[in-house]
Design a protein around this ligand. Structure first.
Ligand code: HEC
Ligand code: HEC
Length: 163
């Protein structure tokens, strides 16, 4: 129960973050991470899905999509923005890294379930570990996917050599 609340809280943070940039169902997109072919691929699927859910952007994702375990209650239009800006952009990949495109509800790629567990780890860092460190500069310090991944599937362990 406590874990569920933690996840919900952290999702709220993500949703707030996206709201701040006005990335609602019809918002303009300007994701910048990755070569043009990756961006074009993502745009293709995002446009297709936006068309498919037209009129249902503000309905809860779990009532519009088929297999929602993590992003329950998040508006369907925002789920698409999270997929594009939150997940794909942070890892520097296109949708096919976690999905078989078109079969979005499928669990055939392990990266999809790994992502749910990453989100839970992320929530634990934000809501338990980081909260208990006093004297930080921010009132509400957080980490997100980008903090570690920075556009790569594998987070770096070393700084590039300083010249
Ligand atoms: C890093 C992994 C990852 C990437 C990249 C990713 N997704 Fe997802 N996607 C997920 C996860 C995890 C879920 C399930 C969320 C849940 O359980 O609430 C999901 C769910 C979905 C769903 C709901 C499917 C259903 O019927 O249940 C759609 C649609 C979707 N993604 C589209 C996309 C699109 C389009 C892209 C590219 C712009 C994308 N995803 C990129 C991990 C990813
Ligand atoms: C605290 C750092 C950290 C945060 C925050 C984090 N990750 Fe990760 N992530 C990692 C590490 C470390 C790995 C394992 C890399 C390896 O295999 O060496 C990983 C691996 C993954 C993988 C598996 C990649 C593969 O194919 O092997 C996915 C998918 C992923 N992360 C998605 C996410 C998403 C989405 C978020 C945000 C919800 C996120 N991560 C947040 C550190 C992080």
């Amino acid at each position: 129960m406590k874990r569920n609340l933690t996840i919900v809280f952290s999702l709220l943070l993500i949703v707030t973050f996206f709201s701040a940039f006005n990335l609602n169902g019809s918002g303009k997109q300007n994701a910048k991470n990755g070569p043009d072919s990756i961006l074009a691929d993502r745009k293709h699927y995002v446009d297709e899905l936006r068309q498919a859910i037209k009129g249902k952007e503000n309905m809860p994702a779990d009532s519009v999509f088929k297999n929602i375990k993590l992003l329950k209650g998040v508006p369907a239009g925002k789920l698409i923005a999270i997929m594009n800006f939150g997940y794909s952009n942070s890892l520097g990949v296109s949708c096919g890294y976690c999905h078989e495109p078109g079969h979005w509800e499928s669990e055939v790629k392990p990266q999809k379930e790994i992502t749910r567990q990453m989100a839970a780890m992320n929530a634990a860092i934000n809501n338990q570990l980081l909260k208990n460190i006093s004297g930080l500069q921010s009132a509400n310090p957080i980490v997100n996917c980008t903090t570690c991944h920075r556009g790569s599937v594998k987070p770096a362990l070393d700084m590039p050599a300083v010249k």
